[in-house]
Design a protein around this ligand. Structure first.
Ligand code: FAD
Length: 382
């Protein structure tokens, strides 16, 4: 694994850093307080190529390798996790999965629109009764001639109220994960309604929703991958998704480090900058080690993906470590800021609120440990 970025990769990273400085940073506090990111950001993300990264150019994508994708995700996460999540879901979970599992017609229908930001995708796996135990989902899709009729409820769906297409998982067969199939459901299909979820601890600007499906009829051609293979579709999406979440968490930890170092140099107590106190330096150095360790674990996943190697366990390790590190780092940075860290005019409180969900979604920390444990022992504990 080469730890030196190529000129191209460094240029992509700088492009993302500049994008955040121009299009995101000036609005972060306002979007967080208003509980709404400006939807115009989607077209801007598309125009600069960030929604088409790793998608082949023949389908409207901007190509590139997975390390470049992680660099962009990290910079977006450093700026605003709500914006990072738009890309991680619409591109990372939906477009990339479509590129891997879709037939030619499905790819032509959706990929150019998703890559340009003309359309937004969301990923509908979680339900009110099934989160970690996703293979037991209850949403049903019943075959009726050339169509399927879908009924059920999906919970906590990122991009839910914005999405034009839902990558939806529903039961077409018997119990357990073998009875699950994946569908591409246009969000304007009659019978699909969405309810915005408010009051989130973090990611306040992000459009999170509950989706209710009542007699939603889609053609059989909406099936993504073979019938009964939906759980494999979901797990392949989440394995790469965990790399993206990990990269976003590196961004949070890096933002915490930048803020803590800056503030420690400016703030004076007892007649000296607080940076001169050993206990403050300990907080800062703990963050710095977490940033490096989380980034290296994340880059290793990108390297494995780009070389066509198995990466699922490495992705779980990176997601587990980086998400816990993001929470720790934001919390340490808040300590450096003292009381000012508790006020949203300063960045670290939001970093902590945004970081907190990272140990929960795309598989909780406990589930990542079970995945890693299963890979090591050959025994599934869940
Ligand atoms: P549960 O599964 O009920 O878990 C509760 C607790 O029990 C956790 O601590 C968990 O680790 C623990 N636990 C459960 N089973 C075990 C076990 N076998 N061993 C040990 N501990 C266990 N989902 C989507 O499909 N699409 C999205 O876009 C999406 N976006 C989200 C955005 C936000 C802001 C949030 C909060 C959630 C989102 N989710 C999304 C859902 C998310 O993936 C789930 O919340 C997550 O998988 C956990 O499921 P749960 O909340 O039902 O918790």
């Amino acid at each position: 694994m080469n730890l030196e970025l190529s000129e191209e990769q460094e240029a992509v990273r700088r492009l993302a850093e500049d994008f955040v400085a121009r299009e995101v940073a000036p609005h972060v506090v306002a979007w967080d307080r208003a509980e709404a990111v400006d939807r115009a950001i989607v077209k801007k993300l598309g125009a600069v190529g960030f929604l088409g990264l790793t998608i082949p150019e023949e389908y409207g994508g901007s190509g590139g390798d997975h390390l470049s994708y992680c660099l962009v995700t990290e910079e977006l996460g450093r700026g605003d996790s709500s914006v990072r999540g738009i890309v991680s879901v619409s591109l990372g979970l939906v477009a990339k999965t479509l590129a891997s599992w879709g037939d030619e017609e499905q790819k032509r229908a959706w990929l150019p629109r998703l890559a340009s930001g003309e359309a937004v995708g969301c990923f509908g796996l979680t339900e009110p009764g099934t989160g970690s135990d996703a293979g037991n989902l209850a949403t049903r899709a019943v075959r009726d001639g050339d169509t399927y009729v879908i009924d059920g409820t999906k919970m906590f769906i990122t991009n839910g109220t914005w999405a034009d297409v839902v990558l939806l998982f529903a039961r077409t067969g018997g119990p357990g994960h073998r009875g699950v199939s994946a569908f591409l459901v246009p969000a304007d299909t009659p019978g699909l309604t969405r309810r915005a979820i408010h009051g989130k601890l973090g990611l306040r600007g992000q459009a999170t929703a509950e989706l209710v499906l009542e007699g939603v009829r889609v053609p059989a051609s909406a099936l993504l991958g073979p019938e009964g293979k939906g759980f494999s579709v979901a797990m392949s999406a989440l394995a790469k998704g965990r790399m993206s979440v990990a990269a976003g968490c590196v961004g949070i930890a890096q933002a915490a480090l930048d803020a803590a170092v800056r503030y420690a140099g400016e703030r004076e107590q007892f007649g000296k900058p607080i940076a001169s106190y050993q206990l403050v330096q300990e907080l800062i150095s703990d963050i710095a080690v977490d940033v490096d360790a989380a980034r290296l674990l994340t880059w290793r996943v990108a390297d494995l993906v780009d070389r066509g190697r198995d990466f699922a366990t490495a992705a779980s390790k990176a997601k587990l470590y980086a998400s816990e590190a993001a929470v720790r780092s934001a919390n340490n940075a808040l300590q450096v800021f003292g009381g000012y860290g508790y006020i949203d005019e300063y960045p670290v409180g939001k970093l902590l609120r945004d970081a907190r969900v990272m140990t929960l979604y795309e598989g909780t920390s406990q589930i990542q440990k079970l995945i890693i444990g299963r890979a090591l022992t050959g025994v599934s504990a869940f």
